[in-house]
Write a protein that binds this ligand. Structure first.
Ligand code: ZN
Length: 83
Protein backbone atom coordinates (compact mmCIF):
# COMPACT_ATOMS: atom_id res chain seq x y z
CA UNK A 1 0.00 0.00 0.00
CA UNK A 2 1.25 3.44 -0.86
CA UNK A 3 2.10 5.46 2.21
CA UNK A 4 2.67 8.97 0.90
CA UNK A 5 0.27 11.44 2.55
CA UNK A 6 -1.05 12.94 -0.69
CA UNK A 7 -2.18 9.54 -1.93
CA UNK A 8 -3.75 8.59 1.41
CA UNK A 9 -5.60 11.91 1.50
CA UNK A 10 -6.89 11.37 -2.04
CA UNK A 11 -8.00 7.85 -1.10
CA UNK A 12 -9.77 9.13 2.03
CA UNK A 13 -11.57 11.81 0.01
CA UNK A 14 -12.62 9.25 -2.60
CA UNK A 15 -13.92 6.82 0.05
CA UNK A 16 -15.79 9.62 1.85
CA UNK A 17 -17.43 10.63 -1.44
CA UNK A 18 -18.47 7.00 -2.03
CA UNK A 19 -19.87 6.75 1.51
CA UNK A 20 -21.88 9.93 1.01
CA UNK A 21 -23.20 8.62 -2.31
CA UNK A 22 -24.21 5.35 -0.61
CA UNK A 23 -25.92 7.27 2.22
CA UNK A 24 -27.87 9.36 -0.30
CA UNK A 25 -29.04 6.15 -1.97
CA UNK A 26 -29.98 4.30 1.25
CA UNK A 27 -31.41 6.97 3.58
CA UNK A 28 -31.87 9.91 1.18
CA UNK A 29 -35.60 9.25 0.96
CA UNK A 30 -36.07 9.84 4.70
CA UNK A 31 -33.80 12.78 5.51
CA UNK A 32 -32.98 16.17 4.04
CA UNK A 33 -29.28 15.74 4.95
CA UNK A 34 -28.49 12.03 4.33
CA UNK A 35 -24.74 12.72 4.20
CA UNK A 36 -24.89 13.18 7.97
CA UNK A 37 -25.23 9.37 8.19
CA UNK A 38 -22.38 8.66 5.73
CA UNK A 39 -19.95 7.30 8.31
CA UNK A 40 -22.26 4.70 9.86
CA UNK A 41 -25.63 4.63 7.96
CA UNK A 42 -27.36 4.14 11.32
CA UNK A 43 -30.47 6.32 11.29
CA UNK A 44 -32.74 4.60 13.79
CA UNK A 45 -32.33 3.89 17.50
CA UNK A 46 -35.57 2.04 18.27
CA UNK A 47 -35.45 -1.06 20.49
CA UNK A 48 -35.03 -3.29 17.42
CA UNK A 49 -32.05 -1.42 15.99
CA UNK A 50 -30.56 0.38 18.97
CA UNK A 51 -27.99 -0.47 21.59
CA UNK A 52 -29.29 -3.42 23.68
CA UNK A 53 -27.50 -2.05 26.74
CA UNK A 54 -29.62 1.09 26.63
CA UNK A 55 -32.93 -0.63 25.92
CA UNK A 56 -32.65 -3.89 27.88
CA UNK A 57 -29.68 -3.40 30.19
CA UNK A 58 -27.77 -6.24 28.54
CA UNK A 59 -24.03 -6.70 28.98
CA UNK A 60 -21.71 -7.26 26.02
CA UNK A 61 -19.93 -10.56 25.26
CA UNK A 62 -16.62 -8.95 26.22
CA UNK A 63 -18.06 -7.97 29.61
CA UNK A 64 -19.44 -11.50 30.16
CA UNK A 65 -16.01 -12.98 29.37
CA UNK A 66 -14.28 -10.47 31.62
CA UNK A 67 -16.67 -11.26 34.46
CA UNK A 68 -16.16 -15.04 34.05
CA UNK A 69 -12.39 -14.57 33.92
CA UNK A 70 -12.48 -12.36 37.02
CA UNK A 71 -14.47 -14.96 38.98
CA UNK A 72 -12.10 -17.74 37.89
CA UNK A 73 -9.06 -15.71 38.91
CA UNK A 74 -10.56 -14.83 42.30
CA UNK A 75 -11.36 -18.53 42.78
CA UNK A 76 -7.74 -19.45 41.98
CA UNK A 77 -6.46 -16.89 44.48
CA UNK A 78 -8.75 -18.03 47.29
CA UNK A 79 -7.68 -21.67 46.72
CA UNK A 80 -4.02 -20.61 46.91
CA UNK A 81 -4.69 -18.83 50.21
CA UNK A 82 -6.32 -21.95 51.71
CA UNK A 83 -3.27 -24.12 50.95
ZN1 ZN B 1 -35.18 0.86 14.31
Amino acid sequence: MRQDPAYRHALRRRNNALRKKRARRLVGAYYTNPEHFADHLQHCSCAGCGNPRRHFGEVTMAEMRASASEKAQIGDLSRECDE
